[in-house]
Design a protein around this ligand. Structure first.
Ligand code: SF4
Length: 371
């Protein structure tokens, strides 16, 4: 738990090694002390200054009195039959966010949140129902990767490494652009994860896409399209009213031209809503000739949201084949963590609901810990 004072102290998690070195120099310490502290935070994932045993005791005490590392507590953890682990992470101000550890053969990934709640309110999304609470800091985003790394080591052994990070959890990353970009840079420089292994997902905040293009960072931009027509898209993604489909596609086209990076288009498959072959052909027409790839995402139904069902796997396959016929590369994603409510917002919602009900739910081979 956080002590009252540590809740308000400045955090070192979220600062680069250079920034920590400068801070230590201001405290009259040699630069190598800053590098030692940075290594403890990012490489050894220390949770308190007491663990930093190669620092003099007096410095550890000085740091403890003035700073917090900024690590939170895992409030709830659910493990799926397929190895996916979903975590609810408590923040210093009492808020909480979700992150998901996704083990793949030789490519462990984590899906991180960038906001508490989300102002976008997509029609199919449990996080959207919560409304927007606040932006996360860069440190709070990076911390989710550290938590996932802890889980990877616990599940797979000391050599396990998180190698991919997707910014696709709670919140719209491009409405928290500054912290998102800083977190990407920290994940790259401090955790050693390649920028090419980072994916940032957006529903299409056009001005932020244009700003991101100027950074020329080699991460993958994933745009959640979800519909090939403006009217339908407005029903699924309300922010589409502000950022129309044709302008969004133009911004993505320019993004690909400026950066030379292929844009990924995410398309959640909703039965009877956006999954017909007519929709596939329309999407194919929009993206033909673009530097683009489409990910077809099976919908993860959640009890709080009515009116949407997952498209059957055969329909997803037909949709994919139709896109390919139109000359657009597409992949059907394999659903993960269905038995643990792995879609974003579901775990936080379920903790709140369970607290109200005062009971615990149980899954098949699923395991759950309230911590
Ligand atoms: S899908 Fe993403 S952008 Fe849409 S409401 Fe959910 S968290 Fe926000």
């Amino acid at each position: 738990m956080y002590s009252a004072s540590s809740k308000t102290m400045p955090c070192l998690l979220g600062m680069s090694t250079e920034e920590i070195v400068r801070l230590l120099e201001e405290m009259g310490q040699k630069p190598y002390r800053g590098r030692q502290i940075s290594a403890w935070i990012y490489k050894h994932r220390a949770r308190n200054f007491g663990e930093m045993t190669d620092l003099p005791l007096s410095l550890r005490e000085q740091l403890s009195a003035a700073f917090s590392i900024g690590r939170g507590e895992v409030l709830l953890e659910r493990k799926s039959c397929d190895g996916t682990v979903k975590l609810l992470l408590g923040l210093r101000d009492g808020e909480s966010v979700e992150c998901v550890y996704l083990p793949y053969e030789g490519r462990d990934s984590v899906c991180v949140s960038t906001q508490v709640g989300c102002p976008v309110a997509c029609a199919f999304c449990a996080t959207g129902l919560m409304g927007f609470r606040r932006n996360l800091t860069a440190g709070e985003i990076v911390e989710q990767v550290l938590v996932a790394q802890d889980i990877a080591v616990r599940e797979q052994g000391e050599n396990a490494r998180i190698s991919n990070v997707v910014f696709m959890g709670m919140g719209e990353p491009l409405l928290n652009l500054e912290a998102t970009v800083k977190a990407m840079k920290l994940i790259n420089s401090e955790l050693g994860i390649s920028m090419r292994s980072l994916t940032v997902s957006t529903v299409g905040v056009i001005p932020a896409i244009r700003r991101l293009a100027e950074y020329r960072l080699p991460f993958t931009l994933a745009v959640s399209l979800h519909a090939p027509e403006q009217k339908l898209r407005e029903q699924i993604v309300p922010l589409a009213r502000r950022y129309p489909l044709d302008e969004l596609l133009q911004a993505c086209h320019e993004y690909a031209e400026i950066t030379g990076r292929r844009v990924t288009y995410e398309y959640v498959m909703l039965a009877g809503v956006n999954d017909s072959l007519k929709h596939a052909r329309r999407l194919g027409m929009l993206l033909k000739g673009e530097l683009a790839h489409v990910n077809l995402i099976p919908y993860n139904p959640c009890p709080e949201i009515e009116g949407f069902e997952a498209s059957p796997p055969e329909q997803i396959q037909r949709f994919q084949e139709e896109l390919e016929r139109c000359g657009v590369r597409a992949t059907a994603r394999v659903p993960r963590g269905r038995d643990i409510e792995a879609a974003c917002g579901q775990l936080k919602g379920s903790l709140a609901g369970r607290k109200a009900l005062g009971r615990m739910s149980e899954g098949c081979a699923t395991s759950e810990r309230t911590l």
